[in-house]
Design a protein around this ligand. Sequence first.
Ligand code: ZN
Length: 322
Amino acid sequence: MTRKKVSEPCCFKADYWYLYNLIRYCMPKPKTIFDSIRTVILTYMLLLVFGGFLSACRSNHAVQVAADYVSASDVRPASYAGNMPRFKALLYYSDQVEEAHRQFASQAIEFFHRLTYGEGWILDVSSRLEDSAALGQYNLIIMPNAAPETSEERALFEEYMENGGGWLGFHGAGYNDLSTGWDWFHDFMGGVRFLCNNWPPQPALVDIEGHDHAITRNLPDQYVAPATEFYQWQPDPRSNPDIRILVSLSPRNFPLGLKDIVFGGDFPVVWSNTRYRMVYINMGHGDECFSDATQNLLFVNALRYVASTAPQGNPFHDDDTK
Ligand code: ZN
């Protein structure tokens, strides 16, 4: 942001000219050369007094106008060097899932990779979780389409999260039902299980629930999310006091769906379990989820939020931890 140049509201020369003529008009007509000299001297003195007054008024006006703008030099400047890359993240995906979830993972890899341009942070991509020492180097794990299924990887993920790890999970990565057989993950998601979904995938109006969170503060009150499959959960995630709901499906969407129809009910789609460094985002089915700028901003905000809450310290050095 730069300070706006404050232009003079009017021309000084014009002011002096008007004042000069006004004084001449008010003075008696000169009869001798001494009358003329006296008039010139008096005019000059009045010009000095009124000129000073006008200048003072102008400078006050300029200060008042400039006060509406914040100079870039008055805030902390952008940092271009030092402590780069700021953090490392691991994108863990599965190619053993349905086609639409593989599509989303493929696009997610490209989307997040682009955000590393300039090497502000590092993104590793893998379909396996290695040992705990390897996981410990990551500020967060992004899971675009699946959570671990083997007991070894589940144990590694639990240990990672219970020791301050970060998680940004999308769509199928949060899916769990009675057949999943992973109580810790069920609790991690807020004690909720999949209940139902709309079908086919379609766009839907979503409500941003407040702007007092780092993820939502620069988002509009509502936007139309690109086509995806929305999961509804039971019990309602909102009933868990540890869950902070950030985005939900607007009731104006109901009935939602053509084959499988959701008729109503509370429908959170983005939330955080505040007992962990985690954000779950329900979007993530098919190849349209990165087609909307508002939703892309939500994704970036969520990444930045999780990264900023690392126990080792906020890599962005700002107060982004609401
Ligand atoms: Zn899906």
